[in-house]
Design a protein around this ligand. Structure first.
Ligand code: BV8
Length: 254
């Protein structure tokens, strides 16, 4: 078992937590082979300008280009599996009284790893809606027979789009409201794999810290969250979190 004092402090805080929130970003899926957004070279934004891809205007301007970018990401996610970081987070739900996951990711890997309470702040790449926003809740099968790319809404013929939150778009009210309430009420916030630069999601750790929660940040690099974190555990989530779960189990076993 680890002897790292920071790891032991984090495990003690987690073992004692009554209301844990796990806040994740693209880094938690990195070890599943899915590119992050802002890391130099490998990050998606390192190759593309986000304003050219993740905005409503960009989609209207170049629907085929933006759709092909999401198709590329669908492929990466379809080929991906949850990694030990996702699995460890799901394991915490089995060990502790209350665990909720608030994620910025749209890849559905927390759910596939077995986490049951997952709030998707930025939507899901597995849901689609029409550009007008009138018709929602479509899945890939609803338009699998269409050759046209991007496909069209079965209801109104408008272009379909991924049901994700683009820059300049409001986050789903139910998701952000619940996430903010959970972060304002949690006693521990475990942050994994986010650069902490995209708002309003990035305000979650500050909300938790202001409410007196213990904020633990897991990242190979120091990120914008580390300043608000009581404990910074430097390393990849796929290595740090399984070790943390072992230490939490040891703690619970007394
Ligand atoms: C909005 C689309 C208003 C889905 C994304 C202040 C308040 C409110 C808004 C703003 C504000 N300031 C600026 C804004 C505008 C903007 C914003 O925040 N811009 C930033 C860039 C400055 N925010 C918005 O536009 C938001 N909307 O505010 O609307 C409004 C209100 C009412 C009515 C109308 C409008 C919408 C933001 C959502 C944008 N959508 N994605 C998709 O296609 O994915 S953002 C994109 O960034 C993803 O969602 C991603 O999840 C998110 C955050 O990035 P990270 O997850 O942190 O990923 P990143 O690559 O940055 O970092 C990865 C980290 O992992 C790194 O630190 C790395 O070190 C680490 N790592 C690497 N390997 C590992 C690892 N960690 C652990 N283990 C490893 N192995």
């Amino acid at each position: 078992m680890t002897q790292d004092p920071r790891m032991l402090s984090a495990a003690r805080a987690l073992a004692r937590s009554r209301r844990l929130v796990v806040f994740t970003g693209a880094g938690v899926s990195k070890e599943s082979g899915i590119a992050t957004f802002r890391e130099p070279e490998t990050g998606l934004w390192a190759q593309y300008d986000p304003m050219e891809l993740a905005t409503h205007e960009a989609y209207v301007r170049r629907p085929e280009f933006v759709w092909s970018w999401y198709e590329h990401r669908f492929g990466a996610v379809a080929a991906a599996s949850p990694n030990p970081a996702h699995t460890a987070i799901a394991e915490l739900e089995r060990l502790l009284p209350q665990v909720s996951v608030v994620t910025q990711n749209i890849d559905g890997l927390h759910q596939r790893a077995g986490s049951n309470d997952v709030i998707e702040l930025h939507g899901s790449m597995f849901r689609f809606k029409c550009l007008s926003g009138e018709h929602t809740g479509f899945v890939l099968d609803d338009f699998a027979d269409q050759d046209e790319k991007p496909p069209r809404c079965p209801q109104c013929g408008e272009l379909l789009r991924p049901d994700v939150v683009w820059f300049g778009e409001a986050l789903p009210a139910d998701a952000i409201d619940r996430a903010q309430a959970l972060c304002a009420d949690c006693d521990v916030l475990l942050v994994v794999g986010t650069s902490g630069v995209v708002y309003p999601a990035a305000a979650m750790p500050l909300l938790a810290a202001e409410a007196g929660a213990t904020v633990i940040d897991v990242n190979p690099e120091r990120d914008a969250i580390a300043a608000a974190a009581e404990l910074f555990l430097q390393g990849p989530g796929g290595e740090v979190l399984p070790e943390l779960v072992v230490a939490v189990r040891e703690h619970l076993a007394g």
